[in-house]
Design a protein around this ligand. Structure first.
Ligand SMILES: NC(=O)C1=CN([C@@H]2O[C@H](COP(=O)(O)OP(=O)(O)OC[C@H]3O[C@@H](n4cnc5c(N)ncnc54)[C@H](O)[C@@H]3O)[C@@H](O)[C@H]2O)C=CC1
Ligand SMILES: C[N+](C)(C)CC(=O)CC(=O)[O-]
Length: 487
């Protein structure tokens, strides 16, 4: 099991801790703030309800989280050391000196710095080759981007090792090949932030109007295609060249103030803080974090369905986690119901009652049926060859409440599997607590005639193995039930 040391456990360090921990790493924290453990606990609560459900397969079991009074104890033997202390160069350099005296020379020391160049961080270090910028985005437990900014002091093998470790916990490492103040993304954020400050100061727009201008339009567009791909499409059939010819001249007018920074007078700070209070003061910061996380999870899961952008990164992470998650026919203990689904409940599966919404039970049980089909040989190749199962009838019973982040499992008992008929009984659990059952009757069909047909001899044989293995199981409680006619 890998170990991460988190040096500085504030907003960003807490997010790194959650990302590593929930992906199965042991995490050691060093932060002199006596409130650090409580603060990280709150970040972890948010992460536990949002991150595991981004995956459609189970994440590894959580690692162990420990807090250390001495920085040396936290970093000794760690594979990854993430520095997230306040954005002051003198402090960061002092921290590297201390931790390099104690850490493994093979460990990666990543810095969360938003703006310093890696050469500045490596200056005077014991082993500059070990230090690299790994700049994350808040919330670190959900957003995939890490800007990885090395210098010539870092070997290609070191950079690739660091990127592999980042990918293993679901990040998207973006290798920034040439160092520059504030890397790539923060340069944009700063340009937008400057312009927004001017718009408020000059009385053109309020903080709320600026946020609406972003989130109702180009912000959603950027989340899925970024800047250049979006503008290519905006050029119409003639593409990027036409777009540049049409809108290029406006850059010289100019529309923006770019390098000018409005002076942070008390008046400007009060104006912006007051407008921000009026806009969002009805929510606590923790509430805003939860609203943000709900929205991010919904958007990222939508991108997942399109296998695009951040969604494609999530799918790749699922694919890397998948091996070994669910048993095959040969691996399963056939004397018991077979594990056909193991996952966490995503935030976007819950509803106004604060628990898993009913259509998602059908989705979970349908996923279990799909998995059972794969187990007996009705996989993608078999379906492409022209045979499949259609569901003819389903009955779901809701037994206990299921909440966001809950780790659920579905175990499947085959009640009948002979000829074209397949009768399955799925039971959904959280630990040993029964949450729901789903009973399905399916027919094997020919995809050419769309009519019932006999399955292949291989599927018949697999069904016979399951039937024999599960023959000792009692007929499940609740199987064959329907909603009774009122007396
Ligand atoms: N807040 C943000 O939106 C982002 C911040 N960053 C970067 O992450 C770094 C940390 O920023 P935040 O988490 O926002 O700051 P923060 O103020 O929330 O957390 C900093 C933590 O470092 C601790 N600390 C101070 N001196 C320390 C020392 N000598 N050893 C260990 N811990 C120490 C503090 O007690 C505090 O808990 C900065 O370099 C910042 O530029 C990067 C991306 C986003
Ligand atoms: C404001 N900030 C410069 C600290 C922001 C970042 O570095 C990235 C982010 O999460 O927006």
């Amino acid at each position: 099991m890998k170990t991460a040391a988190i040096i500085g456990g504030g907003v960003i360090g807490g997010g790194w801790a959650a990302r590593f921990l929930l992906n199965g790493w042991n995490v050691r924290v060093f932060d002199p703030d006596p409130e650090a453990e409580r603060k990280i606990g709150e970040v972890l609560d948010n992460a536990r309800r949002s991150l595991p459900g981004l995956s459609d397969v189970p994440l590894p079991a959580e690692g162990a989280l420990t807090f250390h009074v001495e920085m040396a104890d936290a970093v000794q033997g760690a594979d990854w050391i993430q520095e997230s202390v306040p954005e002051r160069l003198d402090l960061k350099l002092k921290v590297y000196k201390g931790l390099q005296e104690a850490c493994d020379p093979g460990a990666v020391i990543g810095s969360s710095t938003s703006g310093f160049k890696p050469s500045e961080l490596q200056e005077g270090a014991l082993r500059p080759e070990q230090i690299v910028v790994t700049h994350p985005f808040n919330p670190v437990y959900l957003l995939p981007l890490i800007e990885v900014v090395p210098t010539e002091a870092n070997s290609a093998e070191f950079v690739s090792h660091a990127q592999d470790l980042l990918k293993s916990v679901g990040f998207f490492p973006l290798h920034v090949k040439k160092e520059i103040d504030a890397h790539i993304a923060d340069r944009f954020l700063e340009a937008v932030w400057r312009e927004a400050l001017w718009l408020v100061k000059d009385g053109i727009a309020t903080t709320e109007e600026i946020d609406e201008a972003i989130r109702m339009g180009f912000g959603i567009r950027w989340a899925q295609m970024g800047l250049f791909e979006t503008y290519r499409v905006a050029g119409g059939e003639a593409g990027m060249k036409h777009f540049m010819a049409q809108f290029g001249p406006a850059l010289e007018w100019p529309w923006t103030k770019l390098m000018d920074v409005p002076e942070f007078t008390d008046e400007l700070v009060d104006l912006i803080a007051g407008q921000s209070d009026a806009q969002s003061g009805m929510h606590s910061i923790r509430e805003l974090e939860r609203i943000r996380d709900n929205n991010l999870v919904g958007m990222m899961r939508a991108l997942k369905a399109q296998n695009w952008g951040a969604g494609a990164v999530l799918n790749a992470h699922d694919a890397a986690l998948k091996p070994g998650a669910l048993p095959t026919l040969d691996q399963a203990d056939l004397s018991q119901p077979i594990l056909t689904l193991a996952r966490a409940v995503p935030l976007d599966w819950t509803d106004y009652n604060g628990h898993m919404t009913e259509s998602k039970y059908l989705e979970a049980f349908a996923n279990s049926t799909d998995r059972f089909m794969e187990i007996i040989g009705c996989d993608a190749d078999y379906i492409a060859s022209g045979g499949s199962y259609f569901t003819a009838e389903t009955h779901i019973r809701h037994i206990d409440e299921t909440h966001a982040g809950a780790k659920i499992e579905v175990r499947t008992q085959m009640l009948l599997g002979a000829g074209k008929k397949l009768h399955l009984f799925h039971s959904m659990y959280e630990g040993e607590k029964l949450l729901a059952t789903g009973e399905s009757f399916l027919l094997h069909v020919s995809l050419e005639t769309r009519r019932p047909s006999a399955p292949s001899a291989e599927i018949e044989a697999a069904l016979a193995r399951v039937a024999e293995g599960q023959s000792g199981l009692p007929y499940p409680d609740g199987a064959g039930n329907a909603i009774r006619k009122p007396a």
